[in-house]
Design a protein around this ligand. Structure first.
Ligand code: SF4
Length: 471
């Protein structure tokens, strides 16, 4: 049993079981994992000041950083244990190799240090101590913050070590048993490689967390009140359910109605229109004859928007030609040339609305306009031109889907991305590969993906207008 299963177990018991015993053909490649591996290696290399080598020989040599080491040992109850520490960092001390020793280091993507990081460090330290014949009191959690290494020192005390041993014993028991249930906190599933497999099961069982807006706490509350699946939720009475959802205060009846409608839509696979006021075609025709569709690709860790994609639509139902799409690449952060191009593009059609999916695009452009000290009147006029299609669909329709991301909504409406299994994370993965190799093939993939995101947004707009017509 190794620390990788332990990490999975801390995240989700079922994940550890599936990693260990599951049918691997149901597992899907996760770009998150690949992004993490690439970023991690870069940061480890930096932290080791280039003196980064692999395996036991590197420890004997006294390399500044050591990766790729495996250490096996027997733990309590004679259970075999193994660690694959992400990185060992040389520090002052005394070990079997000489006047130095190693401490474990883990990488974190994002800002939050979690239980998983702390327990991984503690578990690695337990096996490393006899291996290097030296005590380990500290470990590091490192992350990349604005291109600098952020180091957090973690105290690997007895309490933490005892805790991880108990979890390890618990993991061993779980792995002997049958597959654990799907986690109650389905947020964890978004970046899990078993997501598709678990989604199919959740759908079959009609779990409440399949309903948009229902997280683990709300599901528990509903279960305590006798509603344990989607069918029962669909049949609930709005007023009675509203009373049970007291934590939503004055919005409780509105939310109850949303949950009921969402369940009905989910079960019948039929969309439900909840608001007839939003009429996109009227909005577009009163504003102007044409509009832009706009979508950004970015690297959130480095706060770098590397592609701004514009789709020019002169007439809503015209055929889209290749030259309607214009990708503005921003290869270097704060590239002035690309920023000028963006505003030239936006102000080339001053009255055209700018349609986008989600709030990011508007926020990014308004911030950029402020950074460039654009005239305040121009900024104000820009603000009114942005139309968030995500908000519009959420405010007017309930669709038989689990979430309202661009991918899920457009897919449900019949749009197909030209490249298979794509996502924002995959575009980010291509971007990281481009930065490492400078091979234009990755930029081409990103541009193709971004163009499809713009076309997917247009597909939703057309659907909204077509289906609103009858009102
Ligand atoms: S998809 Fe969710 S429930 Fe399934 S293994 Fe992953 S985290 Fe656990």
């Amino acid at each position: 049993m190794n620390n990788l299963y332990l990490k999975s177990f801390i995240k989700c018991k079922r994940k550890a079981w599936l990693d260990y015993k599951g049918n691997k053909s149901y597992e899907i490649w996760s770009p998150h994992q690949s992004i993490e591996i690439v970023n991690r290696y870069k940061l480890f290399y930096k932290l080791s000041e280039g003196d980064l080598y692999a395996g036991t020989k590197a420890c004997q040599k006294g390399s500044n950083g050591v990766i790729g080491l495996k250490v096996k040992s027997k733990l309590i109850n004679n259970i075999n244990a193994e660690i694959h520490p992400q990185l060992l960092k040389r520090v002052n001390g005394q070990s079997k190799w000489g006047e130095y020793k190693y401490i474990p280091v883990v990488y974190k993507l994002g800002h939050r240090t979690t239980k998983e990081h702390l327990l991984d460090l503690a578990f690695c330290s337990i096996l490393l101590e006899p291996f290097q014949e030296s005590n380990i009191e500290k470990g590091f959690v490192i992350s990349n913050y604005a291109n600098r290494i952020n180091i957090e020192k973690i105290d690997l005390n007895k309490r933490l070590k005892k805790k991880v041993i108990n979890i390890f014993l618990n993991l061993n028991e779980y792995l002997k048993g049958s597959m654990p249930e799907i986690t109650k906190d389905r947020k964890k599933c978004t970046i899990c490689s078993w997501q598709k497999f678990c989604d199919a099961e959740a759908k079959n069982h009609g779990y409440l967390t399949e309903i948009n807006g229902i997280g683990s706490k709300t599901a528990l509350l509903l279960q305590e009140n006798g509603i344990s699946n989607i069918k029962e939720l669909a049949a609930a009475d709005k007023t009675e359910l509203g009373e049970k959802l007291f934590q939503f205060k004055e919005q409780k009846f509105e939310i109850a109605s949303k949950f009921i409608n969402q369940s009905k839509s989910y079960l019948s696979a039929t969309p439900i229109q909840i608001n007839q006021k939003e009429n996109l075609s009227q909005f577009l025709s009163t504003k102007a004859s044409g509009f832009f569709i706009f979508d950004i690709e970015s690297n959130p860790d480095e706060k770098h928007d590397f592609l701004y994609g514009f789709l020019r639509i002169n007439n809503l139902f015209e055929k889209i030609e290749d030259d309607f799409y214009d990708p503005i690449l921003n290869l270097k952060k704060n590239g002035k040339k690309s920023h000028q191009e963006i505003f030239q593009k936006l102000f080339s059609k001053e009255n055209w609305p700018v349609l986008h999916y989600g709030e990011t695009e508007k926020i990014a452009i308004i911030n950029l306009a402020k950074q460039l000290h654009l005239d305040s009147k121009k900024i104000e006029s820009l603000k009114y031109r942005f139309v968030d299609i995500h908000l519009m669909i959420r405010g007017s329709w309930i669709l038989p889907i689990r979430n309202y991301s661009l991918k899920t909504v457009a897919n449900w409406m019949g749009f197909k991305w030209k490249q298979k299994n794509v996502s924002g994370s995959k575009a980010l993965y291509w971007w990281i590969q481009y930065k490492t190799t400078l091979n234009d093939i990755f930029l081409k993939k990103i541009i193709k993906y971004n163009r499809d995101d713009c076309l997917a947004t247009l597909h939703i707009v057309r659907w909204l207008i077509k289906n609103n017509k009858k009102y």
